[in-house]
Design a binder for this molecule. Structure first.
Ligand SMILES: Cc1cc2nc3c(=O)[nH]c(=O)nc-3n(C[C@H](O)[C@H](O)[C@H](O)COP(=O)(O)OP(=O)(O)OC[C@H]3O[C@@H](n4cnc5c(N)ncnc54)[C@H](O)[C@@H]3O)c2cc1C
Length: 322
């Protein structure tokens, strides 16, 4: 190998090695990347570009960003991380393995290496299979009253049961409207406890048994919920509980311990988001169903700050031991 080849080879290897690779460029991943970039760590964000709240045109409850579109929020985040030299590519990580460093394999780009890893891959919402629900999700079919409740306050709400746990959703949304109909759909009435029924009555929630057949719309707006028996209930908002599917495949393959919850299996993490796999942190919806945007951003920050300390101490210890 001549001198030029050697240099090129060295550059290529050097180019492929990052201090940190962040998998996922939503609120959690970008927030982590901002902290890592500002701490002068060589950081790559690999993002497949499918953030969970993409179906919604506005994002609420993030102080100072209330009402901003999710796309604009992320575009601003990408601009901010670029100021600190963080690289971001649109790609999907398909495999990660460890051999000293981590090797991160991507769908399109060549593999890269990383000393530390943040998994901020979010979760997917598996929607109930009722005609109209998927098309209207994030518009007038909603899942989270904290995200959308204010905007639809006092409207006639429906709540589509997916299990007896949906009682909680029916009760919660009554904070935003006193006109709530709870459609039991495929849940039998006797699955509800006496306490459920008493609370629903106290909240003024109408309980309607029977399978929901489809949503009724007019001029691209929800106007009603039609049951299998043909009756239609006029409603302009429907709350539904999607089944959360955590995107934890990479973590599982790395051997991370997961914890079963009623909302899926999430990695066991410490307060900084460190998983049970040394060198691998997780943040955002990848660690929990209830992580709203502000929590996800905060989790990314915590993970990044922990990594900055971890890398520094490991370099110092290596220097001390010669
Ligand atoms: C309809 C809707 C409305 C919502 N409204 C609000 C709201 O108003 N306020 C609020 O606080 N929260 C809201 N949420 C919740 C919000 O979406 C989440 O809190 C937030 O998206 C979590 O951020 P995250 O970074 O963990 O995940 P995400 O934003 O989902 O980002 C994860 C990213 O990782 C990428 N990714 C996944 N796997 C890979 C891989 N293997 N390789 C590379 N990239 C990968 C994804 O494509 C995605 O871009 C809403 C959710 C929904 C469904």
């Amino acid at each position: 190998m001549n001198e030029t080849d050697k240099n090129e080879n060295h550059d290529r290897i050097h180019d492929d090695r990052y201090d940190v690779v962040v998998v996922g460029g939503g609120a959690a991943g970008l927030s982590a990347a901002l902290v890592l970039g500002r701490a002068r760590l060589r950081t790559l964000v690999v993002d497949a570009g499918e953030p969970r709240n993409a179906p919604s045109s506005h994002m609420q409850g993030y102080l100072s960003r209330d009402g901003m579109s999710p796309a604009e929020f992320l575009a601003l985040g990408r601009e901010e991380i670029a100021r600190y030299g963080v690289e971001l590519v649109r790609d999907r990580v398909t495999e990660v393995s460890r051999d000293g460093d981590f090797t991160v394999v991507r769908d399109a780009g060549r593999p890269v290496r990383a000393r530390r890893l943040i998994v901020a891959t979010g979760l997917k919402d598996e929607l109930p299979e009722v005609p109209g629900v998927a098309e209207r999700f994030g518009r007038d079919v909603l899942h989270c009253p904290f995200c959308h409740g204010w905007e639809v306050r006092d409207e006639p709400f429906g709540v589509l049961a997916s299990s007896a746990m949906s009682v909680h959703q029916a009760l919660m949304v009554s904070q935003w409207s006193k006109d709530v109909t709870f459609f039991l759909h495929r849940v039998a009435e006797d699955e509800l406890s006496d306490q459920d029924l008493r609370r629903l009555a106290a909240a003024g929630v109408d309980v309607v048994p029977g399978e929901v057949a489809e949503l009724v719309t007019e001029d691209d707006r929800l106007t009603g919920v039609r049951l299998a028996d043909g009756t239609t209930h006029a409603r302009s908002v429907l709350f539904a509980g999607p089944r959360p599917v955590p995107q934890t495949g990479l973590l599982e393959r790395l051997g991370a311990e997961l914890n079963e919850t009623p909302f899926g299996a999430y990695p066991v993490v410490d307060q900084t988001g460190l998983t049970t796999v040394p060198g691998v942190w997780a943040a955002g919806n990848a660690i929990g169903f209830g992580e709203q945007v502000v929590h996800a951003a905060s989790g990314g920050y915590r993970a990044a700050a922990a990594i900055v300390g971890d890398l520094l101490m490991s370099d110092l210890d290596a220097a001390v031991s010669g």
